[in-house]
Design a protein around this ligand. Structure first.
Ligand SMILES: Cc1cc2nc3c(=O)[nH]c(=O)nc-3n(C[C@H](O)[C@H](O)[C@H](O)COP(=O)(O)O)c2cc1C
Length: 382
């Protein structure tokens, strides 16, 4: 039987998560769109980039701290917002926020989160990012912004790469959806993971508090699939977002920017940050890997707004390479979801600790004492 203490990297946590989770849930996390090519390339792209270390520069102490969108962060990575965390482990967002707070970094709360953003805001001092989807009902958008503002959310993050749902064939095969509509095979997979079911059933009822306050998601009234097709607004354009930025009047970030021209326009309408992201390959398959697209975007807008990136991060060296290209912080998704599923908050803490240790070690080996000393001079591309 594998234990948390035997997990030393991304792959170990993934393996443990696979043992603990009913497979329809595990494959919801694993999965990406179509042939999953973008998802694979997100991690593979780091291997086209080699590090050229500097030596003999006195590196006893390494400082990983910095600022992103006006927020102090102790480590250069943050927990990107992801949906449905209490399905993966009964502690859900509470575990992720708690771990992020211990490491002094930002955590994202999804619109499809399973713990209320207000509860998380009061539980921890670390900055909270609230991930927003744009609804057809403008009144609803305004009410949700107002609620987040009152709760003291520091950064608004509008996801712009999900104008329609990605084609996740693994979910089609298992029948994964909220509410559950499992295939017979999918149901069997729940039956053989009774510990998960006991935990799920003996803890607080599953809910989507960010939406429940505004939309009736109870029972089978509205599935998440229908929420996307019926409630969200595919006509969303730059004028709508510009209005939203004004209304928010604080740190505002677009998540899912891939084209340099869009990054430029984001700065024009007053965004203070963008995340170069393809949603972990879960939306447009064939989209370029985030790391491959990062330099172009930093060159275009790096002196106007904070450029962040996510996608495929499995190692400290990946974070280090993205920072060297000019990213102000790097988002992780599956990297914390597998340890969450495997072991709750202790799992996430172990994973974040390993990532921090890897970055610190690699900084020393690179001859860098501070993030500001990382640059493209120490990178070569194949
Ligand atoms: C299971 C899962 C659920 C996600 N849910 C959301 C979400 O609700 N909103 C959002 O903007 N991004 C969501 N994402 C995307 C992540 O925020 C992030 O962009 C992506 O996971 C980064 O890639 P990585 O998993 O390779 O690190 C989700 C990703 C996963 C794996």
């Amino acid at each position: 039987m594998m234990r948390l203490s035997q997990c030393h990297n991304f792959h170990d946590f993934r393996r443990l998560a696979r043992r603990r989770l009913p497979s329809p849930i595990f494959y919801y996390i694993v999965g990406a769109a179509d042939d999953e090519a973008t998802h694979r390339r997100n991690s593979a792209s780091f291997e086209h980039c080699d590090l050229v270390p500097s030596i003999l520069r006195g590196v006893e102490n390494v400082d990983l701290s910095g600022t992103v969108m006006g927020q102090k962060r102790v480590v250069p990575f943050y927990c990107s917002p992801t949906a449905l965390q209490r399905l993966f482990h009964h502690e859900g967002e509470r575990a992720v926020a708690g771990a992020a707070s211990k490491f002094g970094t930002l955590f994202g709360v999804s619109s499809l989160g399973t713990v209320a953003l207000e509860e998380l805001r009061t539980a921890h001092p670390t900055p909270q990012v609230y991930q927003f989807y744009f609804h057809k009902d403008r009144g609803l958008n305004r009410a949700m912004l107002q609620k987040a503002k009152e709760a003291g959310v520091e950064v608004m993050m509008l996801t712009v790469d999900s104008i329609t749902g990605g084609n996740r064939e693994r979910d089609l095969r298992t029948g994964f959806s909220i509410p559950f509509r499992l295939t017979l095979g999918g149901m069997l997979q729940f039956a053989i993971k009774p510990m998960w079911a006991i935990n799920y059933l003996t803890h607080e009822r599953f809910k989507l508090p960010q939406l429940d306050a505004h939309i009736d998601m109870s029972g089978a009234a509205l599935s998440i699939g229908r929420y996307f097709t019926e409630m969200l607004d595919p006509s969303m354009n730059w004028d709508d977002v510009s209005e939203m930025v004004q209304l928010w009047g604080g740190q505002f970030c677009l998540k899912g920017v891939m084209a340099a021209a869009d990054a430029w326009r984001a700065a024009d309408i007053g965004c203070t940050g963008i995340v170069v992201s393809n949603h972990g390959g879960r939306q447009l398959d064939g989209s370029r890997a985030s790391f491959d697209q990062l330099a172009e975007i930093v060159d275009c807008v790096g002196d106007r707004i904070d450029v962040l990136m996510d996608g495929g991060i499995q190692r400290g060296s990946h974070v280090l390479k993205a920072l060297s290209l000019g990213a102000k912080a790097v988002g992780i998704g599956r990297y914390y979801l597998y340890p969450l599923a495997a072991a709750g908050q202790p799992g996430v803490e172990r994973a974040l600790g390993l990532l921090r240790a890897e970055i610190e070690r690699d900084m020393k080996l690179m001859g860098c004492k501070a993030i500001s000393q990382l640059s493209r001079d120490n990178l070569r591309f194949r």
